[in-house]
Design a protein around this ligand. Structure first.
Ligand SMILES: [Zn+2]
Length: 221
């Protein structure tokens, strides 16, 4: 049975969503975004969801214990039996320690890109407010300037974030994630990956890299 448990780490704007969805499709394992899991829990009004909401509504970070419980609940579902891709988790050392104890990962991919690349990527994003299609001025431009290829609506910028805000978020992310990166490096599970360029294409190189190591994983199990 083919099985691989992955997590993708990387700063906001590095393209985690694109990598996750391509890997998920090709490896036929679910892509689990923590943000989505938390939002779903809130909308289902579960006990955990109400706890999450009490933090989110006050603008506070959701404590590790609650995030761990929500992720663990999801990982027990039958579609995760052959593996999964975590996106946005683990973000802190206690989360990583918890995960290693209960659902040990095979590989942890660290997507790396320079601040300049991230700024270009985030600031160039365009979005169709009508159908939700996304574009990028450099990598995926619409056929006609500022017009959605699919529905003809006028496109808007995805973000109002200034380069300063992006820089601050980038540095905050690196500081937060560095204990997590060290943790997986020591375990020999870290796969650093240069994510500079078209993430659609790069995702397939990453897939090849993971597939070659997947054989070892299979032999071990
Ligand atoms: Zn559209």
């Amino acid at each position: 049975m083919l099985s691989i448990r992955l997590a993708l780490l990387g700063p906001p704007g590095v393209g985690k969503g694109t990598y996750s969805s391509i890997l998920s499709k090709e490896l036929r394992i679910p892509h689990l975004s923590t943000g989505e899991l938390l939002r779903r829990e809130i909308s289902m009004k579960t006990e955990l969801g109400r706890e999450v909401e009490s933090y989110v509504s006050r603008g506070l970070l959701v404590p590790d214990k609650i995030v761990n419980d929500i992720v663990a609940k999801r990982l027990c579902a039958s579609d995760c039996a052959n593996g999964f891709i975590l996106d946005g988790y683990p973000r802190t050392l206690p989360q990583a320690v918890f995960l290693e104890e209960h659902f040990p990962l095979d590989k942890v991919v660290l997507l790396q890109a320079s601040l300049e690349t991230i700024i270009e990527r985030i600031c160039g994003r365009l979005y169709c407010p009508n159908c939700g299609e996304t574009y990028h001025v450099s990598w995926k431009p619409p056929k006609r300037d500022n017009i959605c290829d699919k529905c003809g609506a006028k496109l808007t910028r995805r973000t109002d974030d200034s380069p300063e805000v992006i820089k601050r978020r980038y540095e905050e992310y690196l500081a937060t994630v560095s204990p997590v990166v060290d943790f997986y490096k020591k375990l020999g599970k870290l796969v650093p990956f240069r994510a500079e360029g078209d993430s659609q294409i790069l995702a397939y190189s990453l897939l090849r890299e993971l597939s070659s190591s997947r054989t070892e994983i299979l032999v071990e199990k």
